[in-house]
Design a protein around this ligand. Structure first.
Ligand SMILES: Nc1nc2c(ncn2[C@@H]2O[C@H](COP(=O)(O)OP(=O)(O)OP(=O)(O)O)[C@@H](O)[C@H]2O)c(=O)[nH]1
Ligand SMILES: [Mg+2]
Length: 177
């Protein structure tokens, strides 16, 4: 496929929030209940058409464990055009961990001004609406309204909002081109 655009997207978030699962649902329409921790950085590719434009995506997942921080930072030196922040709706305390990556992107991505960031609250299929959690999310979104362009509740299991979130991120990137 002769691509019109090549974009790099980084996915970050705490351990087991569902980063690998979201990528596998989006790129292969597959989901597994098994958990295999991602070590360091794992890359996948996906070709798709958005708004009549052929897009080649390089999706880089940064493993959620605390090791290899320096190596993971290097992903931002390659100036990704998109950043997906992921947390688990059942563990909203993992939102805090995302501030670190917003900062790392700001400090290391020389095209930071063009980089589009979205937030995903994952495992929607298991989530029971809860006022305290919603308050925490709204507070986080308010604090980062400059950086975060869109927010979706997703389920890598059912696929709810997964394609929509990725495609909207690509649209945001295309608008900035
Ligand atoms: N019910 C449900 N389970 C999910 C969902 N997404 C992921 N899981 C499960 O959560 C566990 C962790 O998922 P992963 O995708 O490996 O998480 P990760 O964020 O890549 O984890 P690390 O690579 O360790 O950072 C697995 O057992 C998945 O099956 C979801 O939307 N719904
Ligand atoms: Mg993973």
């Amino acid at each position: 496929m002769n691509d019109d655009y090549s974009f790099k997207i980084a996915l970050v978030g705490g351990p087991a929030v569902g980063k690998s699962s979201l990528i596998s649902k989006f790129t292969k329409n597959e989901f597994s209940h098994g958990y295999k921790q991602t070590i360091n950085v794992n890359s996948s590719n996906k070709d798709l058409v958005v708004n009549g434009k052929k897009i080649n995506l390089l999706i880089q997942e940064l493993g959620g464990q605390h090791r290899f921080k320096q190596l993971k930072k290097n992903v931002f030196k390659n100036s990704p055009e998109g950043l997906i922040l992921v947390y688990d709706l059942e563990r909203p305390n993992l939102l805090n961990n995302l501030e670190y990556w917003i900062r790392v992107n700001k400090e290391n991505n020389k095209d930071y001004n063009k980089c589009q960031t979205i937030l995903l609250g994952n495992k929607l299929d298991k989530y029971v609406e809860d006022e305290e959690t919603d308050e925490l999310i709204n507070k986080f979104l308010k604090e980062h309204k400059e950086e975060i362009k869109a927010y979706y509740k997703t389920s890598a299991m059912t696929g709810e909002n997964v394609k929509k979130a990725f495609r909207n991120l690509i649209n945001l990137i295309l608008e900035k081109k």
